[in-house]
Design a protein around this ligand. Sequence first.
Ligand code: SAM
Length: 292
Amino acid sequence: MNQIDDLPPLRDIVRDHGLLAKKSLGQNFLFDLNLTARIARSSGPLDGVTVVEVGPGPGGLTRALLANGAKRVIAIERDSRCLPILAQIAERYPGRLTVIEGDALETDITPYLDDGPARIVANLPYNVATPLLTGWLTAERWAPWWQSLTLMFQREVAERIVATPKDPKDYGRLGVLCGWRTEAHILFDVPASAFVPPPKITSSIVHLVPRPSPDTVRTSTLEMVTLAAFGQRRKMLRQSLKSLDLSGLNLDTTELIQQAGLLPTARAEEIAVADFVHLANLYDTLRNSIRA
Ligand code: SAM
């Protein structure tokens, strides 16, 4: 099914515009509209939904989102060479595609949204995929403005996103952050051969849904604790947490860990998300008590 709309095939559009992929912008394009339609549908029914897409490029996923019924697509693209191609798509779907030229890391999307449901669906540029995800997950306001994230990552990053202590090889800071605020699943893999040019790695589509009431914790403290713990992941917590500032607390790392109900001999990869949250909250409480 390469006929999801009456626009020309992507391969022809890209050739006619001389759009050579730039590695520096993480450009690996999808030309198979069957695959982009599968990605679009995997975020759930799109009727009445506004979709934010980062990096539309020549618009393969954008077209699939619109053809599958998204009320609106708001697309942020850094490469101005893509704008004339996206303008053609906007003309085909009047009033439904807004293109913002800019860097997604620097762009506040919220002024473009209306009151209806919104989701983020994207074949992300690999060079900024993790900082973008981290930014969405550390938002101060929770529940966030998005209902779900449906995103393409390198397979190995996808495995780190969904990892728990049951997957000690992949479990780390990203898994704690994602597990704290979302439920995350890998939906399916996308082979390198699906992209132009093909990257060296397999990719995966990950779907993340915000937890309605994640445990309360200061994000910066949670990140500080997991940075210390996973920074020396082969060491026991009583050693790795020594990089935390315990001055004035009158306890050492062993006592801190015991007060949190954990074993000082445990390693970071054995600690569940809820226990990291508990440890971070205890650390904050102790530090606040000496400031009071
Ligand atoms: N969505 C298209 C597809 O599936 O064929 C293109 C995906 S390509 C992996 C990533 C896209 O993100 C490119 O079009 C690239 O120009 C764009 N991009 C790279 N860095 C960006 C940034 N910081 N902000 C917005 N777009 C960016």
